[in-house]
Design a protein around this ligand. Structure first.
Ligand SMILES: *Cc1c(COP(=O)(O)O)cnc(C)c1O
Length: 432
């Protein structure tokens, strides 16, 4: 094809019909202001990250890794300073040895709780994988096995905090409160940083010494403020989501009060060694550059989520968040009500991938889940969900959870491919 190929023809070459393309373009004309707002937040956060790097005196030498024990690892120590600057915390632990988000959260909990302490979740059930960490579901080495109890206060039916029962649940023994920012794979609304602040204020008024931890997964850089700006003592997340900017190949972070971070370091490596060891190997350039790109990558993913909400709502499906709602994480849920559409959606997303676009995802029995799950992921980093990805449990209400996209343009292609896939199977119709 020559230079005269139009944009629409480029889409056609990727399997998007003229009708689906025009539908997308029409919906986009209404999203100009939303996208401008997302760009302003990205601009603000880009400046925040650059300033954090400059203040920490990031130098060329910081990009060289260490091996072995990793003593005096300048790049690692400086990166941890950068994270502390970005999240406005006293200190941070940012390591390739933290294998994923669940590990980072488990580490933060296990290192800051002691036998006899109680953990409280005032926002309902935590993310699935934390059930075994806490011992809600039995597991080897859970907090419960070590004599750390757990208490949970659910949100009220309208999504608001159940302040009466939170006040009652705070006891002598409550040592740590865990607050999950993102809804994850639930239907409750994601918490804004403002709302997290209100909750922390309420808790600290009653128990000033309690540690307030925020599971920040999927929330980083969606707003201009982060949880420590509203009083969180510890902020925890995964580097293969927002803050890794798609480049980090592994890793997690814990940013927070010096003592909390120190506790986590002593647990990650060893009592006595703490932050002093842990070679960064060759991970540092991707960690720095990924963080540098994270505000704009997050903005691209966010535009994709808003675009998807608007398209699917227009086609008559229930979407959470809806087309107009303000956003506090990058996850978009679409409820289809039938398994065929869930499968078609995920196959459309897969077909847009840069890697493994030719494979057809099928539902499978994933360990730890009570129903089959279908997943679409054609990622450069395996399992990375800041890259364009989707998954759906094959059970009522037959919803898919969609997130990521390293660029807005790629997220757009993925969403159009999902629409195309549904339309071709007669499972949806575009509406002008
Ligand atoms: C992804 C996620 C986790 C767990 O992270 P993994 O890297 O998948 O282990 C925890 N909490 C929330 C809210 C998440 O989105």
């Amino acid at each position: 094809m020559g230079q005269n190929t139009t944009l629409q023809e480029q889409y056609e070459r990727l399997g998007i019909s003229e009708e689906v393309f025009r539908f997308g373009e029409q919906v986009l004309t209404e999203l100009k202001e939303r996208f401008e707002e997302i760009d302003r937040i990205a601009e603000y956060n880009q400046l925040k990250v650059v300033k954090a790097m400059q203040d920490a005196k990031v130098s060329e030498a910081c990009l060289c890794g260490t091996t072995g024990y990793g003593y005096n690892d300048l790049g690692r120590e400086t990166l941890e300073k950068v994270y502390a600057n970005v999240f406005h915390t006293e200190d941070a632990l940012v390591r390739p040895q933290i294998t994923c988000g669940t590990h980072a959260l488990a580490l933060a909990l296990m290192s800051n709780l002691r036998p006899g302490d109680e953990l409280l979740s005032p926002v309902g059930k935590p993310y699935d994988t934390l059930e075994e960490v806490i011992g809600i579901r039995d597991s080897r080495g859970s907090l419960r096995e070590y004599g750390i109890s757990y208490r949970q206060v659910d949100l009220l039916p309208d999504g608001s905090f159940d302040y009466d029962n939170i006040a009652k649940a705070l006891s002598e023994r409550t040592k740590l409160v865990t607050i999950q920012r993102s809804k994850g794979y639930q239907t409750r609304p994601t918490l804004s940083v403002d709302r997290i602040g209100e909750l922390i204020r309420f808790i600290k008024e009653r128990k000033p010494d309690v540690i307030c931890m925020v599971d920040n997964c999927y929330g980083e850089f969606v707003e201009t403020r982060e949880p420590a700006d509203v009083g969180a003592d510890m902020v925890v997340g995964s580097l293969i989501k927002n803050p890794g900017g798609g480049l980090a190949p592994i890793g997690g972070y814990i940013a927070g009060k010096k003592e909390c971070v120190e506790n986590a370091a002593f647990r990650l490596t060893s009592p006595g060694l703490g932050k002093e060891v842990g070679a960064s190997l060759s991970a540092l350039p991707a960690f720095y550059q990924g963080l540098f790109l994270a505000p704009t990558v997050t903005a691209g993913a966010l535009k994709g989520a808003v675009f998807a909400a608007n398209l699917y709502e227009r086609m008559g499906f229930a979407v959470v968040p809806d087309s107009k709602e303000s956003r506090h994480d990058i996850i978009q849920a679409v409820t289809f009500g039938n398994p065929e559409a869930v499968i078609a959606f995920c196959q459309g997303i897969q077909a847009a991938a840069p890697v493994d676009s030719f494979v057809t995802p099928e539902p499978w029995d994933m360990p730890g889940y009570d129903a089959q799950v279908i997943m679409a992921a054609g990622a450069f980093v395996s399992g990375s969900s800041i890259e364009l990805s989707a998954d759906g449990p094959i059970k009522p209400p037959y919803a898919v959870y969609f997130q990521g996209g390293l660029t807005w343009q790629h997220a757009k292609l993925g969403i159009l491919k999902s629409v195309q896939s549904l339309v071709e199977k007669g499972l949806a119709t575009v509406v002008f």
